[in-house]
Design a protein around this ligand. Structure first.
Ligand code: AMP
Length: 182
């Protein structure tokens, strides 16, 4: 199976759930910038205090801050990995490419989980995280379209994108993802 992966898709598409499952089954390291940032908030580190409000409003944390978190962890990774929720902007993608070149670990595939907006909003409202109120959700979806969706084109040009339909049963979606990475 391909070993160096990115997961792309709007908030609520099931990236986190599928990422954890795929990593557990295949011994990949899971790196979620959202999880790392939430851990900083919980521990009330200076970085967490700086980002809590930004996250609760559904805004994106600055590229430089996210990169500072990813950079160190990426260089410590051994074997396969899956980046979940990063990159989210073109500058993040470009910086990632520079980092990966330095450690000589190119991306093997980009898994895009696709789901329509109405299903996404329903799912996010049911999840009930602190950044899951409806106005914030709509804002996060808008930001996704504006800042993150252009990455699909960017990675399509490199022939890396596998598009997976994200509706339906968790196991069925997981099989579709594994199948696409063989
Ligand atoms: P997630 O768990 O991926 O939905 O991320 C939750 C929140 O963390 C996002 O709404 C952003 O505020 C922030 N965040 C996570 N990853 C990134 C990233 N790569 N760039 C900017 N902000 C991020």
């Amino acid at each position: 199976m391909q070993q160096r992966l990115l997961f792309l898709g709007p908030p609520g598409a099931g990236k986190g759930t599928q990422a954890i499952r795929l990593c557990n089954r295949n011994g990949l390291s899971h790196l979620s910038t959202g999880d790392l940032l939430r851990a900083e908030v919980k521990a009330a580190t200076p970085l967490g205090i700086e980002t809590a409000e930004i996250m609760d409003k559904g805004e994106l944390v600055s590229d430089s801050l996210v990169l500072s978190i990813v950079e160190k962890r990426l260089s410590d990774l051994h074997g396969g990995w899956l980046l979940d929720g990063f990159p989210r902007t073109l500058p993040q993608a470009e910086s990632l490419e520079v980092l990966l070149k330095q450690i000589n670990q190119p991306i093997d595939a980009v898994v895009l989980i696709h789901l329509n907006d109405e299903v996404l909003i329903e799912r996010l409202l049911a999840r009930g995280r602190s950044d899951d109120d409806e106005a914030v959700i709509r804002h996060r979806l808008r930001l996704y379209q504006e800042k993150t969706a252009p990455l699909v084109d960017h990675y399509n040009k490199q022939g890396l994108v596998k598009t997976i339909e994200g509706d339906g049963d968790i196991e069925a979606i997981a099989s579709r993802i594994e199948e696409s990475l063989k």
